[in-house]
Design a protein around this ligand. Structure first.
Ligand SMILES: [Zn+2]
Ligand SMILES: [Zn+2]
Length: 119
């Protein structure tokens, strides 16, 4: 008597499932590393009396386009993370979906909001 597989696994091969698992691990590791890095940098700057956000550069990288000046059509928060992983794995970089960033007007940088508030 064969055991029926759960309905959620239908249509998925074992290699596809493994791919999802690796992708999830990569996302988790990347996010964790960025958070730790940001936390250390912020505490160091605070102890030095520098601006927490920009380190007295008065300029910060645009958070929407990550300083590139363009964003992917359809939203960086939906597919940007996955595309980053594919790029880091050596896959072809898709540039056709890039549009100029409206947040920084394609400059990739913005005046530091902390400094412009205080000074
Ligand atoms: Zn600043
Ligand atoms: Zn931008």
């Amino acid at each position: 008597m064969p055991v029926e597989p759960p309905s959620s696994m239908e249509g998925l091969t074992s290699s596809e499932i493994a791919g999802f698992a690796v992708g999830a691990l990569l996302v988790g590791a990347t996010v964790a590393a960025q958070r730790v890095d940001g936390f250390i940098a912020t505490s160091q700057r605070t102890s030095l009396g520098m601006c927490k956000k920009c380190g007295d550069l008065r300029i910060v990288a645009c958070s929407q386009c990550k300083g590139i000046g363009s964003v992917r059509k359809g939203g960086i928060f939906t597919f940007g993370m996955l595309d980053d992983i594919y790029e880091s794995l050596g896959a072809e970089t898709k540039t056709t979906n890039l549009v100029p960033c409206t947040n920084c007007r394609s400059k990739g940088r913005l005046l530091c909001p902390e400094c412009s508030k205080v000074r």
